[in-house]
Design a protein. Sequence first.
Length: 138
Amino acid sequence: MRSYRKELVFRTESRRAFINITPQVQAAVEESKVKEGLLLCCAMHITASIFINDDEPGLHQDLDVWLEKLAPERPYTQYRHNGFEDNADAHLKRSVMGREVVVAITDGKLDFGPWEQIFYGEFDGKRPKRVLIKIIGE
């Protein structure tokens, strides 16, 4: 069995962003030379997320609005966590959106359903954050 590890780094210009990382993840699959196996992709920071969904701008806007209603950034005083950093809302948004995804690799490609893509979700940006890609298989 083969094992492959790669890190991606993202630094967004805004506090919140959704970035389609499917091309970078597929490139890692190709670099790994794994034809049949599993891929784990996870955010290595507690204010960022990895998730699978459709790459449609209206949906991304809907997600952003929905998450902001669930865990509004302001007022900062509504959260006990806020102190050194005012990012409690980002922790909550990450909890809802999830830490990682697992995708099957078949014939050297990500084995997706219709419209599925992998996204990095940033909820407290403007600084570098890592994403881990771990691939195992043959």
